[in-house]
Write a protein of this length. Structure first.
Length: 257
Protein backbone atom coordinates (compact mmCIF):
# COMPACT_ATOMS: atom_id res chain seq x y z
CA UNK A 1 0.00 0.00 0.00
CA UNK A 2 1.18 3.50 -0.76
CA UNK A 3 2.83 5.16 2.24
CA UNK A 4 3.04 1.90 4.20
CA UNK A 5 6.51 1.13 5.50
CA UNK A 6 7.87 -2.25 4.47
CA UNK A 7 8.90 -4.58 7.30
CA UNK A 8 12.71 -4.77 7.39
CA UNK A 9 14.13 -8.18 6.60
CA UNK A 10 15.95 -10.00 9.40
CA UNK A 11 18.63 -12.65 9.17
CA UNK A 12 19.59 -14.68 12.22
CA UNK A 13 23.29 -14.55 13.07
CA UNK A 14 24.32 -18.10 13.81
CA UNK A 15 26.71 -19.19 16.54
CA UNK A 16 26.35 -16.17 18.80
CA UNK A 17 25.80 -16.28 22.57
CA UNK A 18 24.25 -13.46 24.58
CA UNK A 19 25.39 -12.96 28.16
CA UNK A 20 23.60 -10.60 30.55
CA UNK A 21 25.72 -8.54 32.94
CA UNK A 22 23.82 -7.00 35.86
CA UNK A 23 24.62 -5.35 39.18
CA UNK A 24 25.37 -1.79 40.25
CA UNK A 25 29.09 -2.14 39.38
CA UNK A 26 28.54 -3.49 35.85
CA UNK A 27 29.75 -0.39 33.96
CA UNK A 28 32.82 0.19 36.11
CA UNK A 29 33.63 -3.53 36.10
CA UNK A 30 33.64 -3.75 32.29
CA UNK A 31 35.30 -0.34 31.93
CA UNK A 32 38.36 -1.62 33.80
CA UNK A 33 38.68 -4.71 31.58
CA UNK A 34 37.78 -4.07 27.94
CA UNK A 35 39.43 -2.06 25.17
CA UNK A 36 36.67 0.50 24.56
CA UNK A 37 34.91 3.15 26.64
CA UNK A 38 31.88 1.42 28.14
CA UNK A 39 30.42 4.75 29.18
CA UNK A 40 29.50 5.29 25.52
CA UNK A 41 26.87 2.57 25.83
CA UNK A 42 24.21 5.22 26.47
CA UNK A 43 24.58 6.15 22.79
CA UNK A 44 24.27 2.60 21.41
CA UNK A 45 26.30 -0.56 20.94
CA UNK A 46 29.95 -0.51 21.98
CA UNK A 47 32.33 -2.85 20.11
CA UNK A 48 35.25 -4.00 22.27
CA UNK A 49 37.62 -6.83 23.11
CA UNK A 50 39.12 -8.51 26.13
CA UNK A 51 42.89 -9.03 25.96
CA UNK A 52 45.51 -10.99 27.83
CA UNK A 53 47.82 -9.00 30.13
CA UNK A 54 50.37 -9.31 27.28
CA UNK A 55 47.99 -7.47 24.94
CA UNK A 56 46.86 -10.43 22.85
CA UNK A 57 43.28 -10.96 21.75
CA UNK A 58 41.01 -13.24 23.75
CA UNK A 59 37.52 -12.32 22.51
CA UNK A 60 35.68 -9.52 20.73
CA UNK A 61 32.05 -8.69 21.43
CA UNK A 62 29.31 -6.09 21.39
CA UNK A 63 28.13 -4.43 24.59
CA UNK A 64 24.43 -3.59 24.27
CA UNK A 65 22.34 -1.38 26.58
CA UNK A 66 19.36 -3.24 28.06
CA UNK A 67 17.83 -1.18 30.87
CA UNK A 68 19.50 -2.14 34.15
CA UNK A 69 21.71 -4.67 32.35
CA UNK A 70 24.37 -4.82 29.66
CA UNK A 71 24.09 -7.56 27.06
CA UNK A 72 27.34 -9.07 25.84
CA UNK A 73 27.06 -10.48 22.30
CA UNK A 74 29.97 -12.85 21.58
CA UNK A 75 30.84 -15.75 19.28
CA UNK A 76 29.54 -18.96 20.87
CA UNK A 77 32.96 -20.63 20.57
CA UNK A 78 34.45 -17.93 22.79
CA UNK A 79 31.57 -17.51 25.25
CA UNK A 80 32.52 -20.14 27.88
CA UNK A 81 36.10 -18.92 28.15
CA UNK A 82 35.01 -15.29 28.24
CA UNK A 83 32.47 -15.97 30.99
CA UNK A 84 35.13 -17.75 33.06
CA UNK A 85 37.61 -14.92 32.57
CA UNK A 86 35.05 -12.28 33.58
CA UNK A 87 34.11 -14.30 36.66
CA UNK A 88 37.80 -14.50 37.59
CA UNK A 89 38.08 -10.70 37.50
CA UNK A 90 34.79 -10.12 39.35
CA UNK A 91 36.21 -10.46 42.90
CA UNK A 92 33.99 -8.33 45.17
CA UNK A 93 32.28 -6.30 42.46
CA UNK A 94 28.47 -6.23 42.51
CA UNK A 95 28.18 -7.98 39.16
CA UNK A 96 26.27 -11.04 37.97
CA UNK A 97 26.98 -12.74 34.63
CA UNK A 98 24.41 -15.15 33.23
CA UNK A 99 23.20 -16.55 29.93
CA UNK A 100 20.38 -14.56 28.26
CA UNK A 101 17.74 -16.45 26.26
CA UNK A 102 17.99 -14.05 23.34
CA UNK A 103 18.89 -14.28 19.67
CA UNK A 104 20.71 -11.71 17.56
CA UNK A 105 19.63 -10.93 14.01
CA UNK A 106 20.88 -8.39 11.49
CA UNK A 107 19.58 -6.39 8.61
CA UNK A 108 20.47 -3.80 6.00
CA UNK A 109 18.69 -0.60 5.04
CA UNK A 110 16.08 0.99 7.30
CA UNK A 111 16.46 -0.38 10.82
CA UNK A 112 13.68 -2.18 12.65
CA UNK A 113 12.38 -0.61 15.87
CA UNK A 114 14.67 -1.46 18.77
CA UNK A 115 17.66 -2.26 16.55
CA UNK A 116 21.18 -0.92 17.03
CA UNK A 117 23.51 0.27 14.27
CA UNK A 118 26.63 -1.89 13.97
CA UNK A 119 29.41 0.46 15.13
CA UNK A 120 32.19 -1.16 13.10
CA UNK A 121 31.20 -0.01 9.59
CA UNK A 122 28.06 1.42 7.90
CA UNK A 123 28.03 -1.47 5.42
CA UNK A 124 27.30 -3.91 8.27
CA UNK A 125 23.82 -2.51 8.88
CA UNK A 126 22.16 -3.10 12.23
CA UNK A 127 21.62 -5.75 14.90
CA UNK A 128 18.44 -6.69 16.78
CA UNK A 129 18.20 -8.64 20.05
CA UNK A 130 14.97 -10.56 20.63
CA UNK A 131 13.56 -13.88 21.84
CA UNK A 132 12.69 -14.94 18.29
CA UNK A 133 15.39 -14.89 15.57
CA UNK A 134 15.03 -13.59 12.03
CA UNK A 135 14.82 -16.10 9.19
CA UNK A 136 15.38 -14.15 5.94
CA UNK A 137 18.84 -14.65 4.35
CA UNK A 138 19.53 -11.24 2.88
CA UNK A 139 23.15 -10.90 1.83
CA UNK A 140 26.56 -12.49 1.39
CA UNK A 141 28.08 -11.27 4.64
CA UNK A 142 31.49 -12.75 3.92
CA UNK A 143 31.65 -10.61 0.76
CA UNK A 144 30.82 -7.52 2.83
CA UNK A 145 33.46 -8.41 5.40
CA UNK A 146 36.11 -9.01 2.76
CA UNK A 147 35.35 -5.80 0.89
CA UNK A 148 35.72 -3.71 4.05
CA UNK A 149 38.35 -5.89 5.78
CA UNK A 150 36.20 -6.76 8.80
CA UNK A 151 37.84 -9.53 10.88
CA UNK A 152 35.89 -12.35 12.49
CA UNK A 153 36.63 -14.57 15.48
CA UNK A 154 38.08 -17.92 14.50
CA UNK A 155 39.35 -16.78 11.11
CA UNK A 156 41.23 -13.48 11.23
CA UNK A 157 40.99 -13.10 15.02
CA UNK A 158 42.94 -15.85 16.78
CA UNK A 159 42.72 -16.07 20.59
CA UNK A 160 46.02 -15.58 22.41
CA UNK A 161 47.79 -14.84 19.12
CA UNK A 162 46.27 -11.79 17.36
CA UNK A 163 46.96 -8.17 18.26
CA UNK A 164 43.89 -5.99 17.85
CA UNK A 165 45.67 -3.06 16.18
CA UNK A 166 47.03 -5.41 13.50
CA UNK A 167 43.41 -6.50 12.98
CA UNK A 168 42.06 -2.98 12.45
CA UNK A 169 40.30 -2.36 15.76
CA UNK A 170 41.09 1.36 15.69
CA UNK A 171 39.45 1.69 12.26
CA UNK A 172 36.51 -0.41 13.48
CA UNK A 173 35.94 1.77 16.57
CA UNK A 174 36.83 -1.07 18.92
CA UNK A 175 39.51 0.61 21.04
CA UNK A 176 39.71 3.90 22.93
CA UNK A 177 43.14 5.36 23.69
CA UNK A 178 41.84 7.97 26.17
CA UNK A 179 39.70 5.84 28.51
CA UNK A 180 42.47 4.80 30.89
CA UNK A 181 43.67 1.41 32.01
CA UNK A 182 42.30 -1.97 30.97
CA UNK A 183 43.80 -5.44 30.67
CA UNK A 184 46.51 -5.36 27.98
CA UNK A 185 46.36 -1.55 27.67
CA UNK A 186 50.09 -0.95 28.05
CA UNK A 187 51.07 -3.17 25.13
CA UNK A 188 48.27 -1.80 22.94
CA UNK A 189 49.24 1.80 23.66
CA UNK A 190 52.89 1.06 22.94
CA UNK A 191 51.97 -0.44 19.56
CA UNK A 192 49.90 2.65 18.79
CA UNK A 193 52.39 5.34 19.79
CA UNK A 194 55.88 3.87 19.60
CA UNK A 195 55.98 1.50 16.66
CA UNK A 196 54.91 1.25 13.03
CA UNK A 197 52.83 -1.85 12.41
CA UNK A 198 54.85 -4.34 10.37
CA UNK A 199 52.02 -6.87 10.08
CA UNK A 200 48.28 -6.71 9.73
CA UNK A 201 45.13 -7.48 7.80
CA UNK A 202 44.51 -6.25 4.27
CA UNK A 203 42.10 -6.95 1.43
CA UNK A 204 43.79 -8.69 -1.51
CA UNK A 205 42.83 -9.73 -5.02
CA UNK A 206 43.02 -13.51 -5.65
CA UNK A 207 43.40 -15.00 -9.11
CA UNK A 208 43.34 -18.79 -9.20
CA UNK A 209 42.77 -21.58 -6.70
CA UNK A 210 43.69 -20.92 -3.09
CA UNK A 211 41.89 -22.02 0.05
CA UNK A 212 41.58 -19.99 3.26
CA UNK A 213 44.52 -20.77 5.49
CA UNK A 214 46.96 -21.10 2.58
CA UNK A 215 50.42 -19.65 3.12
CA UNK A 216 51.22 -16.54 1.09
CA UNK A 217 54.75 -16.19 -0.27
CA UNK A 218 56.78 -13.73 -2.33
CA UNK A 219 60.07 -14.67 -3.97
CA UNK A 220 60.01 -17.88 -1.96
CA UNK A 221 59.73 -16.06 1.38
CA UNK A 222 56.71 -16.33 3.70
CA UNK A 223 54.54 -13.21 3.68
CA UNK A 224 51.43 -14.28 5.57
CA UNK A 225 48.28 -16.34 5.19
CA UNK A 226 44.97 -16.18 3.38
CA UNK A 227 41.94 -15.80 5.63
CA UNK A 228 38.33 -15.33 4.48
CA UNK A 229 37.80 -15.50 0.70
CA UNK A 230 34.79 -14.21 -1.26
CA UNK A 231 35.10 -14.64 -5.02
CA UNK A 232 38.15 -12.83 -6.34
CA UNK A 233 38.91 -11.06 -3.06
CA UNK A 234 40.08 -12.15 0.34
CA UNK A 235 41.26 -10.88 3.69
CA UNK A 236 44.91 -11.73 4.26
CA UNK A 237 47.25 -11.38 7.22
CA UNK A 238 50.47 -9.97 5.78
CA UNK A 239 53.96 -8.89 6.64
CA UNK A 240 53.83 -5.53 4.89
CA UNK A 241 57.53 -5.15 4.11
CA UNK A 242 57.37 -8.29 1.95
CA UNK A 243 53.95 -7.61 0.37
CA UNK A 244 55.31 -5.18 -2.19
CA UNK A 245 54.53 -7.00 -5.43
CA UNK A 246 52.85 -10.12 -6.79
CA UNK A 247 52.50 -12.92 -4.24
CA UNK A 248 51.47 -16.57 -4.38
CA UNK A 249 49.11 -18.77 -2.34
CA UNK A 250 48.54 -22.29 -3.55
CA UNK A 251 48.01 -22.00 -7.32
CA UNK A 252 46.76 -18.42 -7.05
CA UNK A 253 48.33 -15.03 -7.59
CA UNK A 254 47.77 -12.57 -4.74
CA UNK A 255 47.95 -8.79 -5.03
CA UNK A 256 47.14 -5.97 -2.65
CA UNK A 257 44.01 -4.13 -3.79
Amino acid sequence: MTGERATPMLERIENRTILRVTGKDRVEFLQNLVTNDVRGIDRGIVYAALLTPQGKYLADFFLVPAGDAILLDVASSLAPGLARRLAMYRLRADVTIEHAELHVSRGLGAAQDGAFVDPRHPALGWRLYAREPGDDPISDWDAIRVKHCIPEAGTELVPEDSYILECGFERLHGVDFRKGCYVGQEVTARMKHKTELRKGLATVAVTGDAEPGAEITADGKPVGRLCTRAGGRAIAYLRFDRALGPMRAGDATIELT
